[in-house]
Design a protein around this ligand. Sequence first.
Ligand SMILES: [Zn+2]
Length: 132
Amino acid sequence: MEIIVTESAYRDVLAQAKKDAPLESCGYLMGPDKNTVTVNYPMKNVDESAEHFSFDPKEQFAAVKYARQNGLTIVGNWHSHPATPSRPSAEDIRLALDSNILYFILSLAEQTPVFNAFVISNGEVREKINIR
Ligand SMILES: [Zn+2]
């Protein structure tokens, strides 16, 4: 399985994550189908933490509504790891309750940012998805 993330969507994610660092940043990724991300929908990290994130339920509702109104599919959500690698933490895995979406993690730990997507279900990482 492979996911396409458009250059502009990726640039958006990167800019937001850099702006929010050293706190974790987060958002939804949407597109015309399950395999294509064209839109970053920025979300507020209500935890305001460098180590974890939570969505605001009201913003989540607004994001779902935005997707529906614009004919977009929610491909997944993303969050940043300002100082750790691009792989799910134990807490990320525990909190990943929806096996129908992808979990994207952008790491800013190295000089070159690393962006990966994961399928997580029942407390396990099932698959790492290639992004292009
Ligand atoms: Zn994380």
